[in-house]
Design a protein around this ligand. Structure first.
Ligand SMILES: Nc1ncnc2c1ncn2[C@@H]1O[C@H](COP(=O)(O)OP(=O)(O)OP(=O)(O)O)[C@@H](O)[C@H]1O
Ligand SMILES: [Mg+2]
Length: 299
């Protein structure tokens, strides 16, 4: 497996190619049966027990369309990895799931996204509450300029989730424990969160997301700023968190997608090309574009 990032320019070349441009070896080796010009999603985009359902989602930045007619479920208690070349719309799609794109003026989202039975784009949806139910962890750890304790206590306080200090202390402790950070910080809860190492800060941000008991956690390349040890720590954590949460993770690392996810979704130039069990997508992709990407053929 090759861990590769393909540039936008290179993907344009992929899109422009047809079979006649491939050499014979490539055609013989290819097991994928869906031609690279096809753009309908292949595989298993839907789940028997969906936590979120997305149907015919289109996203525009001004006139430019970034996401084309994406329909997919995010299943309960699964980790779904979203992979694909840079600029293919992974972050844009992820941000649709908790309406983070609302903060981008030029961005317009069409289609239907439900969480459990709630239409998250309904005009009556409380967006602050939605973002507690669908938490987010970003590429660069972004602790608040507050103490470690207050970073975790912030969400439960603004949402009124605890009745008193004892309960709040319990939520802070259990969130830090579940994020695997408690033993490292329990003696310095009053110190600034920004004083922790990068890997610790990212676990602090995960603890902060967990503290409000979300249903879903979105992670956009959560390990890309971390060293291999901190990355391994977060990956272990993702696996444990799956018991209680649903996780959608964008990653450029195919090894990481293979290690942490049960399903993988491959995006290409704004289209959702293939979704399937992670093992199947990596060993036996149905779509030639998926195969091209995972084999690094155009990397
Ligand atoms: N705020 C924005 N304004 C205008 N266009 C944007 C904005 N954010 C993203 N885009 C465009 O939307 C497309 C998808 O971008 P997006 O960031 O979702 O891709 P990505 O797959 O997450 O890429 P990467 O792997 O590099 O993070 C790109 O063409 C990008 O230039
Ligand atoms: Mg991105």
């Amino acid at each position: 497996m090759v861990d590769t990032i393909i540039t936008q320019g290179q993907t344009d070349v992929i899109g422009a190619m047809d079979n006649s441009e491939l050499d014979n070896t490539t055609q013989v080796e290819s097991k994928a049966s869906i031609h690279r010009d096809a753009r309908d999603t292949v595989g298993e985009p839907f789940s028997k027990s969906p936590r979120m359902t997305c149907r015919n989602v289109n996203v525009f930045y001004g006139e430019k369309q970034a996401i084309h007619d994406v329909s997919v479920d995010i299943g309960a208690n699964e980790v779904i990895a979203m992979i694909g070349p840079s600029g293919c719309g992974k972050s844009t799609f992820l941000r649709c799931l908790n309406r983070m794109n609302d903060t981008v003026d030029s961005c317009r989202v069409q289609g239907d996204i439900h969480m459990n039975n709630d239409d998250i784009y309904n005009k009556n949806m409380d967006v602050v509450l939605l973002r507690a139910r669908v938490g987010m962890v970003f590429q660069k750890p972004n602790p608040f300029p507050k103490s470690i304790y207050d970073n975790i206590a912030y969400g439960p306080r603004i949402h009124g989730l605890t009745k008193n200090k004892v309960e709040l202390d319990e939520v802070v402790e259990s969130s830090l424990k579940r994020a695997g950070l408690w033993t490292e910080v329990k003696d310095r809860l009053d110190q600034p969160g920004t004083g922790l190492s990068g890997g610790q800060q990212q676990r602090l941000c995960i603890a902060r997301a967990i503290a409000v008991s979300p249903d879903v956690i979105l992670m956009d390349e959560p390990c890309s700023a971390l060293d291999p040890i901190a990355t391994a720590h977060i990956e272990d954590l993702i696996d444990e968190l799956r018991q209680n949460f649903t996780i959608a993770i964008v990653t450029h690392s195919m090894q990481q997608a293979a290690r942490v996810s049960q399903r993988t979704a491959y995006f290409h130039l704004g289209y959702l090309i293939e979704v399937g069990q992670t093992d199947q997508v990596f060993t036996n992709p149905k779509h030639q574009l998926t195969e091209d990407y995972i084999t690094g053929r155009f990397g």
